[in-house]
Ligand binder design. Structure first.
Ligand SMILES: [Zn+2]
Length: 129
C-alpha cells in the first residue's frame, strides 16, 4: 500500500464585504477565488485511484461551486474571510467524504486540506484541526 495525496483545483468568482474591517475590504468588492482540495488514500496494484478526479470534481461542484460562484458571500458566511470560508468549505466536503467512506470501507479516503486563494499571492488553508 502506498499513501498518495491528490489535489484538484477549482475557480469561482464572488464578491463580499468585511463589515468590521477598517480598510478597503469593508467596501463591496470581488475576487477570483482559487480553491485547492486535497484528498489522501491508499493505492496498490489493484486499486489505481485515491479517488476518481471526476468524482472529486462532481462533489466540489455540487457542494461549493454551485453555491459560491457569482454569489454575494455575505449571504453564505457571517464574516466571509478566506479563513472562515476555508473552514466552512472543508466541513461541507468532509461530511460527504466521510459518508462515502461509511458506504464503502475500502475507499479509505480522507480530506486532508482545503486551500482557498483569495488573490494571486494569498491563501488560507484549513486541515480540520
Ligand atoms: Zn476581499
Amino acid at each position: 500500500m502506498s499513501k498518495v495525496y491528490i489535489t484538484k483545483r477549482f475557480t469561482f468568482e464572488a464578491c463580499h464585504r468585511l463589515d468590521k474591517y477598517a480598510g478597503k475590504c469593508s467596501n463591496l468588492h470581488g475576487h477570483s477565488y482559487k480553491l485547492e482540495v486535497t484528498i489522501s488514500g491508499n493505492v496498490n496494484k489493484n486499486k489505481r485511484f485515491v479517488m476518481d478526479f471526476a468524482d472529486l470534481k462532481g462533489i466540489v461542484h455540487a457542494l461549493i461551486i454551485s453555491s459560491h460562484d457569482h454569489n454575494y458571500l455575505n449571504n453564505l458566511y457571517v464574516e466571509p474571510t478566506a479563513e472562515h470560508m476555508a473552514v466552512g468549505i472543508f466541513n461541507q466536503i468532509d461530511k460527504v467524504i466521510q459518508e462515502d467512506n461509511l458506504l464503502n470501507a475500502d475507499l479509505e479516503t480522507k480530506l486532508e486540506s482545503v486551500k482557498l486563494w483569495e488573490t494571486e499571492d494569498s491563501y488560507a488553508e484549513y486541515r480540520g484541526e
